[in-house]
Ligand binder design. Structure first.
Ligand SMILES: Nc1ncnc2c1ncn2[C@@H]1O[C@H](COP(=O)(O)OP(=O)(O)OP(=O)(O)O)[C@@H](O)[C@H]1O
Ligand SMILES: [Mg+2]
Length: 423
């Protein structure tokens, strides 16, 4: 189905096929909604287990993603109606022909009735699908553990205390060199997160109108493999805050609009933590297709992101970190949300030496220095990969020759390097 044009009309048969196909993935056959034409109306009837006030709020959220200008007619708590308005809000003519959602919960009868005169638009169809999906989950509220909710959305939560129990601990020493980057991170992230009150007090003494001096969102930018993701994990350890790791790519889900829904849910679940670091990794995947202006879905996603970023303002111990290796492709409005941008350069000769030393402690200073000079243009990841490669080669040779285990020699590093540099 062509998904770019929000307002395209779908004929009844296609809409029904699509709805059934999508919902069959998650809902048992006998619980699928009934979808039928009646006179010149489309009717969809979906039986549900229960409708709670939270469900209504969630439903409004879902519908709002796809349908502009909704009006709520609440007759009583057992009968709730949401009606789409006309494009011109003051135009009341034939308003009842627009799509209407009735949430009915009376005695044994619990259902959602959806009706519309004429055919559905794509956005309306998606809204119906998501609404059915939402209500088909046996009890969405039982599952209020944010970590579980986030995991289902493809988001990983690192909890420093949990990691420490497993024997994992990270600190600045895990990234060799990068002293000025570390200093910037100390000043603009770690200090404000650890002592928000002090920063606020200072701003009270300086500002005519109250406003924050603490950054709420910081961007890590730099070439691939320079340690941006690693640094975010380090910050979470240093501040003892959960790291909510959001790989943007993975929440860009397959069909139009659902990804903005996902993203909104990620932020809502993240907000259940009293304090946290939200790490939006590879945020440039949002800037995917901009040749002909941003397509509808991306635009929607972006607007959710911008809104949610703003929404975290009030939380003193929560910060968003974005990472990108294509800053130039980021949307201006998105870029402007980041109060601070921290640039991770490629490592210089001294830093390369420090990184090499991290991954090959057996080498002499002089040898490390020599390697470093030959690895110009390498990122930390490239260097690590290079050292890994030498180790693997060395280990298999030891096994083949049935030799005792030792660390690779400097000659081995040079040999692998020469091999890599061959045209
Ligand atoms: N200065 C460094 N010292 C030690 N290890 C480093 C350094 N820089 C990078 N590395 C290592 O390189 C690997 C890749 O780093 P990381 O994934 O953090 O990079 P990145 O900037 O997030 O890359 P990408 O843009 O591709 O996501 C990690 O294993 C990391 O430990
Ligand atoms: Mg990364």
């Amino acid at each position: 189905m062509e998904e770019k044009n929000k307002s395209s009309i779908i004929d009844f048969v296609t809409a029904k096929e699509y709805l059934i196909k999508e919902l069959s993935k998650e809902i048992e056959q006998d619980k699928l909604p009934k979808f039928y034409p009646e006179k010149n109306e489309i009717k969809i009837e979906f039986e549900v287990e229960a409708i709670s006030p939270e469900d209504i709020i969630q439903s409004i959220q879902i519908l709002k993603t796809y349908i502009e200008n909704l009006r709520i007619h609440s007759i009583d708590s057992n009968f709730f109606v949401i009606q789409a308005m006309n494009e011109n809000l003051f135009e009341m003519k034939s308003i009842l022909d627009n799509i209407k959602f009735r949430f009915i919960s009376m005695g044994n009868q619990k259902k959602i009735d959806i009706s519309k005169k004429g055919d559905l638009q794509t956005g309306e169809l998606y809204a119906v699908i998501l609404l059915c999906k939402y209500f088909s989950k046996t009890d969405p509220k039982k599952n209020l553990n944010p970590k579980d909710i986030l995991q289902k959305l493809g988001v990983t939560v690192f909890l420093p205390e949990e990691e420490r129990l497993k024997g994992n601990n990270l600190g600045f020493e895990n990234i060799a060199g990068y002293e000025s980057v570390k200093q910037e991170i100390r000043e603009s992230i770690i200090m404000p997160l650890k002592n928000p009150e002090a920063f606020d007090e200072v701003s009270k003494l300086t500002r005519k109108f109250p406003s924050l001096n603490r950054p709420r969102a910081v961007l890590f930018e730099g070439d691939p493999g320079v340690g941006k993701t690693s640094m975010a994990k380090i910050v979470s350890f240093l501040c003892d805050l959960p790291l909510i790791y959001v790989p943007i790519e993975s929440i860009l889900s397959k069909y139009y609009g659902e990804s903005s829904q996902n993203l909104a849910q990620v932020f809502d679940a993240a907000a259940l933590y009293p304090s946290a670091l939200i790490f939006l990794d590879e945020i440039d995947s949002l800037a995917g297709s901009r040749e002909e202006g941003i397509i509808e879905a991306t635009r929607k996603l972006l607007s959710v992101l911008l809104r949610k970023l703003d929404g975290f303002e009030g939380k003193p111990r929560t910060m968003t970190i974005g990472a990108t290796n294509r800053k130039q492709d980021l949307d201006k409005a998105l870029l402007s949300r980041f109060d601070r941008s921290i640039y991770f350069p490629l490592p210089n000769t001294t830093e390369r030496a420090a990184i090499i030393q991290t991954y090959s402690i057996q080498l002499e200073q002089k040898e490390v220095h020599e390697l470093s000079k030959s690895l110009e243009g390498f990122s930390g990841r490239n260097i690590k990969d290079f050292c890994d490669r030498v180790e693997r080669k060395w280990a298999s040779e030891l096994i083949e020759k049935k030799l005792n285990i030792t660390a690779p020699t400097f000659e081995k590093y040079k040999e692998v390097l020469e091999f890599l540099q061959k045209p």
